[in-house]
Design a binder for this molecule. Structure first.
Ligand code: HGY
Ligand code: MN
Ligand code: MN
Ligand code: MN
Length: 419
């Protein structure tokens, strides 16, 4: 049965109830009852539960499931082979994240498989649904870790040594979760299997809401990066240490936060210090060390790197003024990503033929599709987010827009699968 709305090979009432079913499976997993936000971090018990859910849902659809050397999960419709059509996203979250960022792309991919199988589509090449590990970098600090390892965008030994806030390394976390860590690294075989990658994601902004559209096609990802600022001072007693004798790392850090905001405004960019570690973290002890991570993004690559250079100079002066040692390291930088034009055109023509309107829009949010774009043709579909809010418990997407997104994904996958 085709959708009355678009002629797409979906039965919307069936799709809506299947969406409700899968969505309710995920609803409480890793959710903090106080904030309503999600804490879904890679290789934790919550993540293992999500992996089991993914494998069970894939198996129910007759898909064969495998986990690659870096911990990314792949569910295959058809024998795994080079040049496959790949779709999917991630299941992990930022701390206190929303429900849709990541899981919507995985659920939509599974539901698109349902629709294609129900419509009797016979693919001429295999399809894989992928769940990328540690896309947010919330536990080990490096975003898109699974796709970066796969493409070689991060050195394997550097990645394995990354630690979480408890000091557990990626290597230890993987091993404890029962996944051999010694093989992580570039995975040319997995990359060869990706003929095209199409990721559906909730929009993290209001472009579609302002245009009153439910679905869109991504044009590009703006340049963005992460820098680690480490301020080392002298821990001491909060009450008995004279001001003149202090080397308090909190002070230059506080000045740097203000400077980052000022420089961002001047550069038409955005900066955030969203992750801060104060050691020791006590009320009556001057900390000895502050670690803070800067997220900086902007429309123009040079503007972002100049902004961070200026900020680093400011920070060095501020730290010296307090007798505090500063170390700044660049953890990651993703230059502008222009999605594959011919693949995006194919998506647009498939959507047009199914009379699904889909404007083109850029994003300032990073995605695995942005990392894979360096190696394979990738494209993204966005689903309207009425408030634009993301990386927050208040992230939203209306069910009918999510169903529109599945319908759009089903259409583009059908046309890619049946050459
Ligand atoms: O950080 C990002 O932009 C993405 O949501 N991981
Ligand atoms: Mn995401
Ligand atoms: Mn995100
Ligand atoms: Mn005391």
């Amino acid at each position: 049965m085709a959708s009355a709305r678009s002629g797409a090979p979906v039965d919307r009432p069936v799709l809506r109830s299947s969406f409700d079913g899968l969505w309710s499976d995920l609803d409480g997993v890793g959710r903090d009852p106080r904030s309503g936000g999600y804490d879904r971090f890679s290789w934790t018990g919550v993540d293992l539960g999500l992996r089991e859910w993914f494998a069970a849902e894939a198996s129910r659809r007759g898909l064969s499931v495998e986990t690659d050397r870096n911990g990314n999960q792949w569910a295959w419709w058809g024998e795994p082979a080079d040049g496959a059509v790949v779709t999917g996203s991630h299941l992990d979250s930022v701390p206190g994240g929303g429900a849709f960022d990541g899981p919507l792309g995985v659920v939509a991919a599974l539901l698109a498989v349902d629709a294609l199988q129900a419509a009797g589509v016979e693919p001429t090449r295999p399809l894989a649904v992928v769940n990328f590990v540690e896309e947010e970098g919330a536990r080990f600090g490096l975003a898109c870790l699974g796709s970066r390892l796969m493409t070689g965008a991060v050195d394997a030994s550097h990645a394995l040594a990354l630690t979480d806030d408890d000091g557990t390394s990626l290597a230890e976390a993987m091993t404890r979760a029962g996944h051999a860590a010694e093989h992580v690294g570039v995975d040319e075989a997995a990359l060869a299997r990706i003929g095209v990658f199409v990721e559906l994601h909730v929009e993290q902004g209001r472009h579609l809401a302002l245009g009153d559209e439910s679905v869109g096609v991504a044009s590009s990802i703006l340049p963005h990066g992460r820098w680690h600022f480490c301020f080392e001072g002298e821990g001491n007693h909060a009450g008995t240490t004279r001001l003149v004798d202090r080397h308090d790392p909190m002070l230059p850090f506080a000045e740097v936060v203000g400077a980052a905001r000022r420089l961002a405004a001047e550069a038409q960019a955005v900066t955030t210090f969203g992750r801060v570690r104060v050691d020791p973290n006590g009320t009556n002890a001057i900390p000895s060390r502050v670690d803070a991570w800067l997220d900086a993004r902007g429309a123009e690559q040079g503007g972002v790197t100049r902004l961070v250079d200026d900020l680093q100079r400011f920070a060095e002066e501020a730290a010296a003024g307090h007798g505090v040692r500063l170390t700044v390291t660049n953890d990651s930088f993703t230059p502008v990503v222009d999605f594959d034009a011919s693949l995006s055109d194919r998506l647009r023509s498939s959507l047009g033929a199914a009379s699904i309107a889909a404007p083109t829009l850029p994003t300032a949010a990073g995605h695995d599709a942005g990392i894979l774009a360096a190696r394979v043709p990738t494209a993204m579909l966005f689903v309207r987010n009425p408030t634009g809010v993301s990386h927050s418990p208040y992230e939203q997407a209306d069910e009918s827009d999510c169903v529109d997104g599945v319908e759009a994904l089903t259409v583009v996958l059908r046309d890619l699968l049946v050459q």
